[in-house]
Design a protein around this ligand. Sequence first.
Ligand SMILES: Cc1ncc(C[n+]2csc(CCOP(=O)(O)OP(=O)(O)O)c2C)c(N)n1
Ligand SMILES: [Mg+2]
Length: 277
Amino acid sequence: MTASSLSDHDIKLIDRYWRAANYLSVGQIYLMDNPLLREPLKPEHIKPRLLGHWGTTPGLNFIYAHLNRVIRQRDLDMIYICGPGHGGPGMVANTWLEGSYSDIYPQVSQDAQGMKKLFRQFSFPGGIPSHAAPETPGSINEGGELGYSLAHAFGAVFDNPSLIAACVIGDGEAETGPLASSWHGIKFLNAVRDGAVLPILHLNGYKIANPTILGRASDDDLFQLFRGYGYEPLLVSGHEPEQMHRDMAQALDNALDHIANFQQQARNHQTAERLPR
Ligand SMILES: Cc1ncc(C[n+]2csc(CCOP(=O)(O)OP(=O)(O)O)c2C)c(N)n1
Ligand SMILES: [Mg+2]
């Protein structure tokens, strides 16, 4: 285990990025005007028909911010696959913050005018879908029909040795047949020829309003289940953002060190074993 190199300054920056992405997400769901709330909110600023899942989005944005940190720090070739595609506003918000959204759609510029368009277009007539649709920059998993994120993550890394697919899986999505069987994809992965998959189970306890099975399992049961599939589980859990940032950074550093060491070992010796327990 390496100690995470996250300084207090880094934590502040990640937290601000996360909060900006959260603001941009909630703005897409609710607002069609007054994007920076520079004037008092009036009914005509609010969309007449709301559509979008806020509940999943702060978690997706949290993971996105932390993956950006490790991509920059380690110069990784990494893709974020979003199982809860209904968290579409989060994916759009992050690509807009990064600049890739405005590169592809210059009319949705990185200023107040562009932000107004960004908010208005979401799930709006003539605008963009409410899910991480094909037109969302970098998207290869729409997520409208839950269950395929992990299969897409494995598909993305086969014969692609430099790629790491970080795959966020909803605990409700994990109850679908396709997802429940996709955990076994690890058995087809060859550490010499293929890249790596980093599944991140988003255990928020619910699928819309109903409790999830994995959300009700004990930590010990979860660890045993995922060890049985061939993974080395790491748990990040809590409510205090500052501590969560520290814990998430540490967990990601551990996971990525583990992947790098294992790949290096396998590639030096040209062996294609599975990750050691
Ligand atoms: C196959 C399928 N069944 C049902 C739905 C309807 N649906 C949309 S979001 C959702 C809840 C998903 O819960 P979870 O995967 O835990 O994501 P969360 O929003 O909690 O992050 C459901 C059931 C769907 N999109 N696809
Ligand atoms: Mg859930």
